[in-house]
Ligand binder design. Structure first.
Ligand SMILES: Cc1ncc(COP(=O)(O)O)c(C=O)c1O
Length: 364
């Protein structure tokens, strides 16, 4: 027997729990657990991946990712592509920023129901997780500032947040940014920002330009429909970008993801179509769930979060949906055991989940 042991803080890190697959399904499964785009990616991305595969996967990708960074900068109105970094999914951005800026004895701050990779990454790097309380699933500027200490190295804030769907206004983000002390790196996670539209995307970009302590991270996994390709990016001050580039793997983004990203980042018609579908169905689902007696607050992302009144009832509903081959996300691990998170999917899948929940609530 060997005596090999992981570092204590690694041994104490709980793994991220993904949405997973449905075991034993008898028909087509409605996949509404991971906030993926029901339309898949832009056709431009699929064609680019085919071409890139045909051209030869034996060649390493360009380690500078210059063409991808330039395409992102161009599509998102960013003047200096050197301040754009790319990654294998935005999870890698979370990990690399934590690795660069926080370690044992440091604190990383996020809100009570924040995206769980912030905590996984904090613990994996030996830093201490600090959670600012939310009120009714909503983060607040003062509550966040109350969590800042001289040891706080990073504040992660997804806006809109996953799994709550709530968000701070741009004015609130600016107020928070203005009040943060200069030793705190403010990381705004815009994973769902495209669902609000180009104006909001530009507001997040401009936030980075207001301070030399703010980073905006983004993903191709949600509205871009490229979750399987694993592609993320971030816009950041130059010294932070230089630090990040120093420690990332030299070929952290694969060539197929590069091709898909370049081809689809500026496909505004695809984004608008996906956004409009989401806005329409999110409103329909919110209204229908509320009408069923499942209180569902306004969401700003591509999912809704109905309340079932108790953890037991939410678990029962989850099982009822699974039995109907519908996969949604239980969010007890996020401190929200009485709720389920339901992705806005295709019209057909949305109708299926609403019909199933109607049948479930009608049972008593
Ligand atoms: C808020 C938020 N940030 C980041 C991610 C990670 O996305 P990816 O690693 O697929 O880019 C997710 C995925 O669910 C998310 O919800």
């Amino acid at each position: 027997m060997n005596t090999i042991k992981p570092l204590d803080h690694i041994a104490n890190t709980k793994a991220y729990v993904p949405g997973g697959k449905l075991q034993g399904a008898t028909g087509p499964v409605a996949m509404l657990a991971s906030n993926e785009n029901p339309f898949g990616p832009s056709p431009r991305a699929v064609e680019a991946i085919r071409n890139a595969a045909a051209e030869g996967l034996q060649i390493y990708p360009d380690p500078d990712y210059g063409a991808l960074r330039a395409a992102i900068a161009m599509a998102k109105g960013i003047a200096d592509p050197a301040r754009v970094v790319t990654s294998a999914g935005s999870d890698e951005i979370i990990h690399l920023l934590t690795q660069c800026y926080a370690g044992p004895g440091d604190e990383v701050l996020f809100t009570e129901h924040a995206f769980s990779m912030y905590e996984v990454s904090t613990r994996a790097h030996g830093a201490t997780a600090v959670k600012a309380p939310e009120t009714d699933m909503k983060a607040g500027v003062n509550a966040i500032l109350g969590g800042v200490s001289p040891r706080t190295k990073i504040l992660f804030l997804a806006n809109p947040n996953n799994p709550t769907g709530t968000m701070l206004s741009v004015e609130e983000l600016k107020a928070l940014q203005d009040a943060l002390p200069p030793h705190v790196l403010f990381v705004v996670d815009g994973a769902y920002s495209e669902y609000l539209g180009p104006e909001y995307e530009a507001a997040l970009r401009d936030l980075v330009d207001r301070r030399d302590t703010t980073v905006m991270m983004r993903t191709f996994s949600k509205i871009y429909g490229l979750a399987a390709a694993r592609l993320g990016w971030a816009y950041m001050p130059r010294p932070i970008a230089d630090t990040f580039q120093r420690i990332r793997g030299p070929f952290n983004v694969n060539a197929l993801a590069v091709a898909a990203g370049i081809a689809s980042v500026g496909d505004d018609a695809f984004l608008a179509m996906s956004r409009e579908h989401n806005t329409l169905w999110r409103a329909k689902m919110t209204e229908a769930l509320n009408a069923m007696g499942l209180p569902t607050p306004e969401s700003h992302a591509n999912f809704v979060v109905p309340e079932f009144g108790s953890a037991a009832r939410a678990a029962e509903a989850n099982q009822f949906l699974k039995d109907a081959d519908i996969l949604v996300r239980a969010i007890g691990g996020y401190g929200l055991p009485t709720k389920l998170r339901i992705t806005v999917g295709s019209a057909e899948d949305n109708t299926r989940v609403l019909d199933a929940l109607q049948a479930f609530t009608a049972k008593r």
